[in-house]
Design a protein around this ligand. Sequence first.
Ligand SMILES: NC(=O)c1ccc[n+]([C@@H]2O[C@H](COP(=O)([O-])OP(=O)(O)OC[C@H]3O[C@@H](n4cnc5c(N)ncnc54)[C@H](OP(=O)(O)O)[C@@H]3O)[C@@H](O)[C@H]2O)c1
Length: 303
Amino acid sequence: MSPRIATVFGATGLQGSAVVHALLKDGTFTPRAVTRDVNSTSALSLAQLGAEVVAADFGDKEALKNAVAGAEVVFLVTIPTFIASFPESDQGKNVIDASKEAGVRFMVFSTLPGISDLSKGKYTNAAHGDDKATAQKYLEASGLPSASISTGIFLENLLNKEIIGFSFDKTDDGYVFRTSTHPHSSAVHTWIGHDMGPAVTALFTQYVTRSSEILGQTFVLGSARATFEDFVVRLSKGLGRPVHIQYEKRLGIPAIDDMFDCLVEFPWYAGMSVPDPRLEKLGVKMGTIEEFARSVLKSHVDE
Ligand SMILES: NC(=O)c1ccc[n+]([C@@H]2O[C@H](COP(=O)([O-])OP(=O)(O)OC[C@H]3O[C@@H](n4cnc5c(N)ncnc54)[C@H](OP(=O)(O)O)[C@@H]3O)[C@@H](O)[C@H]2O)c1
């Protein structure tokens, strides 16, 4: 029997690599990892683990066709225009068109709320949210069976010095969390490394048998909804030492400033429980912020 193929975009990145690892562990699908450089260290290590690795850029329609040819399912994460140098909504459109043409049966799209719509036109600069929402609408109108996973703010931001708006450091009496979000704003906190892989695997392996619970749904991936003040309390419990929160000035980057302003006035996923009980019913057990602090953050920051 020929293998069931799952094409994974962004496979060398945080979300995609979590999906590739979870698919390899589960064994139902053979992951086909998409990268622009099949010879990069991350691409080579995915190949070594057993993934098929193929080259494609979101702007290269022919390469995208090859990336999804023969795939049963596709995981798509798109990249903000200012990073990928190619419009984010068109990245989505190109992959969705290629997947539909290739006869892909099911797609999972990693999305975000459209900040312009959510804020009723008040915050219009957060293109990374708006473009994902545009691509999601395009997917839902395309006729390709799909589900979307909407994320919160990644816990892994605390591990990555290149991410703007958040930092986490050791101090003499504990730790300090610095952020350009605003006091008392609440967010969904998402542990990608723990939860994205199992969530996508659960959808891929059950989209036929539990189609009524999956197709057309937008799931919220998150450990908890919490203010940043509560967030540091939970981190502190996991780390066993105090965590101080320090609010920083605005970044002067309209896309991110608008997103953080929006969080104060227009909560994301209002009225929805986090963790999402629909994902839990499908067998996904979300990690907690305390567990992230204890098992990942502590060794990273204490090094
Ligand atoms: N940080 C947060 O708190 C947060 C919260 C919600 C949503 N997000 C969203 O998460 C997304 C980023 O996901 P991530 O953190 O998993 O990514 P990441 O770790 O930054 O990795 C980016 C991935 O995209 C691939 N890529 C970049 N440009 C490409 C192109 N032109 N064509 C094809 N592939 C390309 C890269 O592959 P190669 O380099 O191997 O080609 C890499 O695998 C963004 O859209 C962001 O808006 C972030």
